[in-house]
Design a binder for this molecule. Structure first.
Ligand code: ADP
Ligand code: ASP
Ligand code: MG
Length: 418
């Protein structure tokens, strides 16, 4: 079996969905499991709905209507007949969402977030699977929440591999086109959970692992994994093949083309990962497999924006020792703040972090009781794998460098735009 993942960009409008059909015609769809994300920027739009809901904003209804309108337009463009059953199916999903908004009593933000944001994937796969049937491809729509079981850490759920493996082995039919949602799972009470933003690549890897798939292909709007994000770097070039290890490093440092959790399950079973263009599906793209690095290495550039550079120093000039450091890290973990770089000296300790859930203010209140806290907001973290002088100069040009760290393979530079 092959597992394909189509992300938001690939299904952002009717043309995109028709293109998925074309890709399947070209590369085959028998014995395939399709993992699909929410259409275009739907997840962001649903995040606005969630915010409006908690803020009790007057905009709540109009923000829901906007998501509805967007999907309705796609339906109108895809299906000539407004009587097609897909219209009712999607309408029912929106009614469920509205029912939840009207009746929910839980004040738990993360719980509510997952119950609402999941409609993006539920609706996109409903549309896609009806369209494939409409075009004559026999499909099976799977509710991923019956397969991927997780703990109850809403917005960042941990997979229960044993249960998930059982469900997938027992209930996924072979020899047919299966279509399911990326990003979602469910907890032991069957409430919807999500695996973290951009988690659909990971969903594809979970299915591939449990199905012993022959390969995973993630279809992207770029030719494959490149040595830099082509949005920010001119002359980015395609990496034809890379090892799992290199891919994990690139994803870990923030190359958003692959979600970092995707690689580990695939590497364990040596299932190759292909990253290919949904615009040119017959091109080879990038193959990620065991020991597949091409040498000499090209310098690879990874950019993380919107970082926070925090420096902690001891108030009384005492050393920042292991016990302080472990206490600080426990706090970062507790506040779900991701640490991307660490540097310490005798009496100070600097970290570059990402505050995705906007918890730094609360954390700072605690840290300030023990340490002198300085911070720079909105800094950029550049990582260069396989760096050389020229690569470093490219990054540093016209910027104020706040911190630089070099290890054997990797240079990291924190800058503020000058
Ligand atoms: P999806 O539609 O599957 O969610 P993403 O938008 O998450 O796709 O990933 C594709 C994007 O990743 C590209 O449009 C590109 O801008 C970005 N990207 C970041 N780093 C790289 C890289 N090293 N190689 C290719 N693309 C990259
Ligand atoms: N729709 C989700 C998101 O935008 C998951 C994904 O696209 O991978 O984060
Ligand atoms: Mg994405």
């Amino acid at each position: 079996m092959r597992v394909f993942k189509f992300g938001g960009a690939s299904v952002k409008d009717a043309e995109g969905i028709k293109n998925v059909y074309d890709v399947l015609q070209k590369v085959g769809y028998e014995d395939v499991l399709l993992v699909v994300s929410a259409m275009g920027k739907t997840t962001n739009a649903l995040e606005t709905v969630i915010k409006n809901y908690f803020d009790k904003s007057a905009e709540l209804n109009s923000s829901v209507q906007e998501v509805k309108k967007y999907h309705n337009q796609i339906l109108m463009d895809l299906f000539e007949e407004e009587k097609h059953e897909v219209f009712t199916a999607v309408n029912n999903q929106f009614s469920d969402l509205e029912y939840f908004l009207a009746h929910n009593k839980s004040p738990n933000y993360n719980f509510v977030y997952d119950q609402i944001v999941s409609y993006g994937e539920l609706i996109s796969t409903t549309i896609l699977s009806h369209f494939m049937s409409f075009m004559g491809i026999k499909t099976q729509w799977l509710d991923v929440r019956n397969f991927i079981k997780t703990d109850a850490t809403y917005r960042d759920a941990e997979v229960d591999w044993e249960l998930t493996q059982k469900n997938i082995a027992k209930n996924v039919k072979r020899k047919i086109l299966n279509i399911t949602q990326g990003f979602l799972g469910s907890d032991e009470n069957n409430f919807t959970t999500t695996l973290g933003r951009e988690g659909s690549d990971y969903t594809a890897a979970i299915f591939a692992y449990c199905l012993n798939a022959e390969s995973v292909t993630i279809w992207k709007d770029v030719p494959g994994v490149m040595n830099a994000d082509p949005r920010y770097f001119e002359n980015a070039s395609l990496l034809n093949q890379i090892s799992y290890r290199e891919a994990i490093e690139l994803a870990f440092y923030g190359a958003t083309v692959i979600h970092p959790k995707t690689l580990q399950p695939l590497q364990k079973k040596e299932i190759p990962l292909f990253v290919k263009s949904f615009i040119n599906p017959l091109l080879p793209g990038t193959r990620v497999a065991k020991g597949a690095d091409l040498e000499p290495y090209l310098p690879c550039f990874i950019v993380k924006r919107n970082q926070l550079l925090i420096s902690l120093s001891s108030i009384d000039f005492s050393f920042i020792m292991e016990e302080h450091i472990s206490e600080i890290f426990a706090l970062f973990h507790q506040f779900k703040i991701k640490v991307n770089l660490i540097q310490n000296s005798a009496i100070s300790f600097s970290v570059c972090v990402e505050d995705k859930f906007e918890n730094f203010k609360d954390l700072n209140a605690i840290l300030s009781k023990k340490f002198k806290v300085d911070f720079d907001e909105n800094v950029t973290l550049y990582t260069i794998r396989h760096f050389n002088d020229k690569a470093a100069q490219t990054v540093e040009k016209n910027k104020v460098v706040l911190l630089k760290q070099v290890s054997r393979e990797t240079m990291q530079i924190i800058t503020k735009e000058s």
